[in-house]
Design a protein around this ligand. Structure first.
Ligand SMILES: Nc1nc2c(ncn2[C@@H]2O[C@H](COP(=O)(O)OP(=O)(O)OP(=O)(O)O)[C@@H](O)[C@H]2O)c(=O)[nH]1
Length: 496
């Protein structure tokens, strides 16, 4: 089961439970069984799922819940906490320090996406102002060096490797030394893989690690390996000091549950996820937004980040202003399509909105989605200014629709489909109405001092309603313990 479906199944189970007039032991058990089934189908390790179910039952004691409490919210919160607990090993991964050279070694099976991920990792840090370099110590797979070379050249990242040297340890050491001399502050060592876990591979890992003394070893895992994830991650951890995990291929048909197992096996956090073959299809992994997205609660903070990445700086305040006023016009949609097309991989942005899955623009079908957006834009090109700037759906009558179809050389049904899409988007974006976006610098102070009263003022009314009004918010805040966590879950977060 892919992650989007897992989120859907869990949300459905919770919805079914909330439809029940009385939530008793049986209703709770049915709901938990449904969630258990969904998690197992997503390849989360059996033991983890079983422990999670036991813990939730322990936390959620129905008899103890005073009447009037929002039981669904409490159960949802317990599930949220448990999933976060599995994904959060309790200690952060090693972080790079400016002014100091860090060596990061990548390990993983052949085909896990290790080489691609090394370049994505380098490219990500390069964009953040680091000076990365890539060392190809994969002497096992013919073509590995060429692949790394090609990727590195594209991203303008210095690289080191050899066509003739067969000793991976030697290449690794030479590469690290060279780039230390060149004052690179992030030296990434790509190592060999094998088709399966075998002694020779682990011995090689051990030797490369001993010789290069990496500050961090990252285990790269293909998210579609299913129940094998736990054992594979554990086997690597036993050979080298794995300190972080990157899960690749979270797009398409990936089963994401393995990520949970890998964290449990390595006791190391997932730091990034790979969401496609391209260099920038790489996302920082944050537990809480990830789980809240998984449970269909949305991830406004990620959405805000994305807006900042996608929308040109000078247009940001204006767009946010328009969104918070809730006036989502066809022109805004047009401009956003333009921005999205500029960004490349689409769907990412929209999947971060509460209640909005990647269904509209499924991963792995970017080309079709992009063509669709272009088609919509052509039709919008045949619209008048009045039509583009209106948020009144009644304006678009049959004769206008026919004129637009004629003008753009499309069928009437195509125009109708585009307008339906607009309505759908407008409905979702209307959730942004009332969201007060704190100015830069205000956020840290806000999250330090915030109580439920403050919080209720920052959250959009729709969202406040979703979490059960002031009462729900207060109990949620008590359970979460920290307003900062809340901000991460519902948008905002501290200033970076
Ligand atoms: N869809 C998708 N494909 C990916 C992702 N990451 C890597 N790939 C693809 O997976 C395939 C294997 O990736 P490589 O980077 O060559 O794998 P590797 O683990 O380095 O393999 P070895 O060097 O043989 O150990 C390539 O076709 C990549 O483009 C991802 O996040 N999503």
């Amino acid at each position: 089961m892919v992650l989007a479906q897992l989120g859907g199944s869990i949300s459905r189970a919770l919805q079914q439970m909330s439809n029940a007039t009385i939530i008793d032991e049986k209703v709770l058990n049915d709901c938990l069984n449904e969630i258990t089934r969904a998690l197992l189908q997503s390849d989360v390790q059996f033991k983890l799922v079983r422990d999670m179910q036991t813990n939730i039952k322990k936390i959620v004691n129905l008899d103890d819940l005073a009447a009037g409490h929002n039981k669904r919210k409490i159960i949802q919160q317990a599930i949220f906490n448990e999933l976060c607990k599995i994904l959060d090993p309790g200690k952060p991964s090693f972080t790079l320090k400016k002014g100091k050279t860090s060596v990061v070694m990548f390990v993983g099976l052949q085909g896990s996406g290790k080489t691609t991920t090394c370049t994505k990792y380098a490219y990500y840090h390069q964009k953040k102002g680091w000076k990365p370099a890539l060392v190809c110590a994969d002497t096992f797979r013919a073509g590995a060096f060429d692949q790394l070379k090609q990727n590195a050249t594209k991203a303008k990242i210095p690289f080191y490797g050899s066509y003739t040297e067969s000793d991976p340890v030697r290449i690794a050491v030479e590469g690290v030394e060279r780039f230390k001399k060149e004052n690179c502050d992030l030296i990434i060592v790509d190592t060999s893989g094998r088709h399966k876990q075998e002694a020779a591979l682990f011995e090689e890992m051990r030797q490369v690690s001993e010789a290069t003394k990496p500050d961090l070893v990252i285990f790269v895992m293909d998210s579609s390996i299913g129940q094998a994830a736990f054992d594979q991650a554990q086997a690597f951890k036993q050979s080298v000091a794995v300190g972080a995990v990157i899960v690749t291929k979270m797009d398409g048909h990936a089963k994401g549950g393995g990520a949970l197992s890998a964290v449990a096996a390595t006791k190391s956090p997932v730091v990034f996820i790979g969401t496609g073959e391209h260099m920038d299809e790489f996302e920082v992994f944050d537990v809480k937004p990830f789980v809240s997205r998984l449970l269909g609660m949305g991830d406004l903070s990620g959405f805000m980040d994305k807006i900042q990445e996608v929308v040109p700086m000078d247009q940001q305040p204006e767009l946010l202003q328009k969104l918070t006023e809730g006036n989502f016009t066809l022109r805004i949609m047009y401009e956003q399509f333009q921005n999205i097309l500029k960004m490349g991989p689409i769907g990412q942005v929209f999947s971060m909105l509460p209640g909005f899955s990647a269904e509209l623009m499924p991963k792995g079908r970017e080309k079709e989605s992009q063509a669709k957006l272009k088609r919509y834009m052509t039709m919008m090109d045949s619209m008048t200014n009045e039509e583009l700037d209106s948020s009144n759906p009644k304006l678009m009558n049959e004769s206008r629709i026919m004129r637009i179809a004629r003008g753009s050389g499309r069928q009437v049904n195509d125009v109708k489909e585009m307008l339906e899409e607009y309505k759908r988007l407008a409905k979702i974006w209307s959730k942004m109405k009332g969201l007060k976006i704190p100015k830069k610098g205000e956020m840290s102070a806000l999250s330090r001092n915030m109580n439920a009263q403050h919080m209720s003022k920052v959250l959009p009314p729709q969202m406040l309603k979703q979490i059960g009004g002031m009462g729900g918010l207060q109990s949620l805040m008590k359970q979460m313990g920290s307003t900062k966590d809340m901000m991460g879950m519902f948008g905002g977060g501290e200033d970076k």
